[in-house]
Design a protein around this ligand. Sequence first.
Ligand code: XBP
Ligand code: MG
Length: 249
Amino acid sequence: MLKALIWDVDGTLAETERDGHLVAFNQAFAAQGLAWRWSVEHYGVLLRVTGGYERLLLDMSNRADAPPEGAEREALARQLHQAKNRLYAEIVEGGAFPLRPGVARLIDEARHAGIKQAIATTTSRMNVETLLRARLGRGWADAFPVVIAGEDVSRKKPDPQAYRLAVQALGVAPHEAIAIEDSAMGCRSACDAGVPVVITRSVYFAADHVAGAIWIGRDLDTDDDGAPVTLATLQGWHERTTAARVPIS
Ligand code: XBP
Ligand code: MG
């Protein structure tokens, strides 16, 4: 039986990467007096590394004008990352982008049906809170009693730690939940924790090869037959998957 939904944030709830984090990174570079600018394409390459701080370090490792590897580089990355998150909050609060199709409806439906919900993300906690408060209103935390964010794990996705912590905090078995993700790395994280995964493809991972998901779609608005993806749809996919795993004696 489906008891919980565990939501990824970036790319899944909204197109936060292209329309939020990328814009904010470039604003942070400008505010710091740096001539660095990341294009939409370059950011797509950097997204292979999860975590904004880690992404900054990766980019700096390929720049001749970055501080040398070590304490100075790390301090600059930390400073830029904090500035980026402040600027990201301004962009989100300015209403620049909406939740993706079907997301608000499913969150609401699950909430009213008593299905537990959690967040499992590599992004920073303040980014989650800002986005959910801005898009769902002050009562957002009633729908999400469990939030596992980047600061809560020692190993970010694709490591399964975030999903392991989420199911533990929800008090459900991994197979009693569904993870909703947009990327192959997120899918691997949930799958390795034993949580069945539904993929709603985001702009950056539209053509990614994703292994192990129970459903892969363009968004959560409609299923393969053009019908709305409802809680009942998720329950049907979940039942089919878990039934298939029961050994026939
Ligand atoms: C996506 C990420 C994050 C964001 C930026 O997380 O990898 O790093 O790009 O957020 P998910 P931070 O898809 O798991 O939500 O700068 O706070 O890391
Ligand atoms: Mg994501």
